[in-house]
Design a protein around this ligand. Structure first.
Ligand code: PLP
Length: 378
């Protein structure tokens, strides 16, 4: 039986092949490689999708965070509140700018930044940088209120949450990246909206901030050889913009399919073994970039699935406060127990729009087998 990968980039390409090939050929034939019209067209379409005034295409999700923090004036001596249960790229740009990540505990149910933990440190930080982990928005109203009361910007790491929705206390719905001062998106190939290489975007309602980010991404330029400030080379590549514009057209449909798959996984895996299934609070709609369950038998289950040709992932096995890269901050195991429990127990099952119902059922059957048979007691 064929292998079920964690992410299937070939299936995604197959779905869009002719449109993507045509879009890329057009860029190449006209040699519009740097800041070609495709970049601006994609930016407008993506801003509309997110419900923000502006989107600035940049080189990666990491660059999106870097440029946002730089444009907001984060620098040496500053601290930025960052969850410890995330990919390292959430924190790296903080360090590049000479600032220091202040690692914040996450919520036991969702894995997102815990507003109560943020409360204890928010008066010391210059920005709050939560992550919409696995595609589920954080508690934006609670976190946003704390940031606003402290007078610091909210920077959303929406790298995994293109199109995720949050219902505000007044009933209005806002999409990930459209709530805070800025939203930072990654279009890394396996993301819900994935390029054919590195790519990212920053969203914001503030035209002046969008201009500053655009300028910083392009050598601080005001014209070809005039540079207002020392900037960076972090533009969105035109070929990537052309690919992204094609794939954006099916993003909403892809997100719907991911939600359908997640609902089926949930229905079929509830009550199985010691599994804890992903929680979706009633005021939030995840786009299931990942379907992450928790189990005390995580490593055994992962190995069992691998033997059956099913690839499961771990996002993320080592929390940031315990990474060698951040040893200088002096953290010890036990400092952030909820984060550390997530790192020990989380397991990501395959989920992507092209995953068939049959493949999903194969995953379900093997997970159930693991707990029904003696395998999990080995
Ligand atoms: C939560 C999170 N933040 C930031 C990034 C960085 O994005 P990129 O790989 O596009 O630089 C990623 C993805 O890789 C991510 O998952």
């Amino acid at each position: 039986m064929s292998r079920i990968p964690l992410v299937d980039l070939a299936a995604s390409y197959d779905r869009h092949r002719s449109a993507i090939d045509a879009a890329m050929r057009s860029v190449v034939e006209e040699t519009r490689f740097i800041l070609g019209r495709d970049v601006g067209e994609f930016e407008s379409a993506f801003a509309a999708f997110c419900g923000t005034g502006h989107a600035v295409g940049v080189a990666s999700g990491t660059a999106a965070i870097h440029l946002s923090l730089a444009a907001l004036g984060i620098g040496p001596g500053d601290e930025v509140a960052v969850p410890a249960h995330t990919f390292v790229a959430t924190a790296e740009p903080v360090s590049w700018l000479g600032a220091r990540p202040r690692f914040v505990e996450v919520d036991a149910e969702t894995g997102g930044m815990d507003p109560d933990a943020l409360k204890a440190v928010v008066d010391r930080v210059r920005a709050v940088l939560p992550v919409h982990l696995y595609g589920l928005p954080v508690d934006l109203a609670a976190i946003g209120a704390l940031a606003a009361a402290a007078g610091v910007p909210l920077v959303e790491d929406a790298a995994q949450a293109h199109g995720a929705e949050y219902v505000q206390p007044d009933g209005s719905v806002v999409r990930a990246g459209a709530y805070g001062r800025v939203g930072c998106f990654s279009f890394y190939p396996g993301k819900n909206l994935g390029a054919f290489g590195d790519a990212g975007a920053v969203t914001t309602a503030d035209p002046e901030l969008a201009d500053r980010i655009r300028r910083l991404a392009n050598h601080g330029r005001t014209s070809k050889y005039e540079h207002l400030s020392v900037g960076y080379a972090e533009r969105l590549d035109t070929l990537q913009a052309a690919v992204l514009a094609v794939k954006l057209e099916t993003l909403a449909e892809g997100n719907r399919r991911r939600r359908e798959l997640a609902a089926a996984y949930r229905a079929r895996l509830t009550g199985v073994g010691d599994l804890v299934l992903p929680v979706e609070p009633p005021n939030r709609r995840s786009v299931y970039h990942l379907f992450v369950l928790r189990s005390g038998h995580r490593d055994g289950l992962r190995a069992y699935l691998r033997e059956a040709g099913i690839e499961a992932g771990v996002h993320y096995p080592v929390p940031l406060h315990l990474q060698p890269a951040y040893a200088s901050l002096g953290h010890r195991p036990g400092d952030l127990p909820v984060t550390e429990a997530w790192a020990r127990e989380c397991l990501s099952l395959p989920i992507y729009p092209e995953l068939s119902d049959g493949q999903r059922e194969r995953v379900v059957a093997r997970v159930r087998d693991y707990f029904d048979t003696a395998a999990h007691r080995r």
